[in-house]
Design a protein around this ligand. Structure first.
Ligand code: S3P
Length: 425
């Protein structure tokens, strides 16, 4: 689908966005593992979370969803049943990688496959630690499809994460829930911490590293979960408001988990007028309202240790960087090459379409110039975050722009267009 966007004169009003994608995946998986009925409020309505839901249903979980509320009848300890068909994780790395941690501990064989993009993405990062724990996983040269064979009891390990990845960490945690002894996971650079928070795991900080402990004692029980709105989805509306003159926006009940605030904190350093209000920290996952006002921005250094906490927001941060004073410079972000698309290449290719002199490196890119064009055509590279970022840029161009392959936004936010229409004029 070729979608055109007109220049937007003003943003004004309020938004309520779908539930956080990362928390929604985990809420479904944790509820499915527990015995008894859990209720999840404000589950994400994106395709990725639907992929997780369908996989869990094929493994024997009963899930009833009515108007953003999901009732999940979990199966209990090691009680999933063999799926009659292969599991299809679609475009979702979180579905494929986290489910592997659970499936490694079951006593039946499962095959996981995915779409063209997911089939290109690296799986060695989960196969390696799960194999150390005793899992028996075969793959197509460390890519999907994965066959998770039954293995005898998994054993606890001590594992230092070689890459800052919440998906790898969570796969090991889920496998660790099936071990008598305690598994110890060491993170040199912290990544999003939803899994350890939702399972209330013991964590400690030592010599600047995070250490997470998990065993069978942490196996989840049924519970009610409120999923705050997705800050990664809010990111597009935040940047659009900041860069549109005379604009203001209120976004309600956004996830304010500290491991996801890298983007907002970085924008504030750039000069963005963003305020946190009605912050609720008494729940497992904190949330609150964000108010955003048009701002003048300047580019500031992106610190290496902040990268994992704003990794998904780098495409839209680049758009903010185009309108900010000074040089935009990204390093230490090679992980971007292993996302839904090679995001370094996708961003650089789109910037070249508008004649930005951008220097590409293996782990980032840089540019130091402002926009020269008034109209442009972009490509989504079938990647929802690239599609929404360049939709925002199109709305900021004097004569608008278009994004080819825009339908991939359904992965995280099927209502993007309606939401834009509701706050713009
Ligand atoms: C996610 C972790 C991150 C992130 C992805 C969602 C998660 O990936 O980019 O969109 O829900 O755990 P990595 O674990 O590969 O860094």
């Amino acid at each position: 689908m070729y979608k055109t966007f007109k220049n937007i004169k003003k943003i004004n009003g309020e938004l309520k966005l779908p539930g956080d994608k990362s928390i929604s995946h985990r809420a479904l998986m944790i509820s499915a593992m527990a015995e008894g009925e859990s209720v999840i409020i404000n589950l994400s309505n994106g395709e990725d979370v639907k992929s997780t839901k369908k996989c869990l249903e094929k493994l024997g979980t009963k899930i009833f969803e009515v108007e953003g509320e999901a009732k999940v009848k979990g199966v209990g300890y090691k009680n999933f049943i063999k799926s009659k068909e292969k599991l299809y994780a679609g475009n979702s790395g979180t579905t494929a990688r986290l489910l592997c941690g659970i499936l490694a501990a079951q006593n039946f064989k499962t095959i996981i496959e995915g779409d063209e993009s997911l089939t290109q993405r690296p799986m060695q990062r989960i196969i390696e630690p799960l194999t150390q724990m005793g899992a028996n996983i075969s793959s197509n040269d460390f890519k999907l499809p994965l066959t998770i064979n039954p293995s005898n009891n998994l054993k606890a390990i001590s594992y230092t994460l070689p890459v800052a990845s919440a998906q790898v960490k969570s796969a090991v945690i889920f496998a660790g829930l099936h071990c008598d002894e305690e598994t110890k996971i060491i993170e040199k650079i912290p990544s999003r911490n939803h899994t350890e928070k939702m399972l209330k795991l013991r964590t400690e900080k030592k010599n600047g590293k995070n250490i997470i402990y998990v065993s069978k004692n942490n196996y989840p029980k049924e519970t009610d979960i409120f999923v705050p709105s997705d800050i990664s989805t809010a990111a597009y509306f935040i940047v659009l408001t900041l860069l549109t003159p005379n604009s203001s926006l209120l976004i309600r009940n956004v996830s304010l988990n500290e491991s996801r605030l890298g983007f907002v904190n970085h924008l504030i350093k750039m000069g963005a007028k963003i305020k946190f209000e009605n912050v609720n920290e008494d729940t497992v996952e904190p949330f609150g309202n964000l108010t955003i006002n048009s701002s003048e921005l300047k580019n500031v250094e992106i610190n290496k240790e902040d990268i994992p906490n704003l990794i998904d927001e780098i495409p839209i941060l680049t758009i903010a960087g185009l309108f900010a004073d000074g040089e935009f410079k990204l390093d230490n972000a090679e992980e971007l090459r292993y996302k839904e698309s090679d995001r370094i290449k996708s961003i650089v290719d789109n910037l070249k379409k508008i004649n930005i002199d951008v220097e590409e490196k293996i782990d980032g890119f840089s540019f130091n110039e402002n926009l020269k064009v008034e109209k442009a055509e972009f490509d989504s590279f079938n990647d929802h975050r690239i599609a929404m970022s360049f939709a925002v840029l199109s709305m900021l161009l004097k004569n608008g722009g278009s994004v080819n392959g825009f339908e991939c936004v359904n992965i995280s936010n099927p209502d993007f267009i309606e939401q834009i229409n509701g706050i713009s004029n």
